[in-house]
Design a protein. Structure first.
Length: 95
């Protein structure tokens, strides 16, 4: 486990404990996927949109009784949405 991954897992464990979630309710998220989607939204839509997208991924997973598969599907849908926005944005004109 990389040092960053270890740090993130420790931080996630602290959050789970602080929020009073039990181990059954607390999923082990795909940190790479969540961070990639957050970065994609923040850099291509709006910076505050990154954490908002991550929140909605978690909400979708929670409403589906804590499904990692639903979280992955939600992340993929948000990624496609951002990619469509990028594709629809005209390239800046060169002077």
């Amino acid at each position: 486990m990389s040092e960053q991954r270890h740090f993130l897992q420790d931080w996630a464990d602290e959050i789970v404990a602080e929020l009073g979630l039990n181990n059954e309710a607390a999923l082990t998220p795909d940190f790479t996927e969540l961070l990639d989607v957050t970065r994609l939204v923040a850099h291509n839509v709006t910076r505050p949109g990154g954490p908002l997208a991550t929140y909605y991924i978690g909400l979708a997973a929670g409403l589906a009784a804590g499904s990692n598969a639903v979280a992955g599907d939600a992340a993929a849908k948000i990624t496609k949405l951002v990619e469509a926005k990028i594709a629809a944005t005209p390239a800046p004109e060169e002077n």
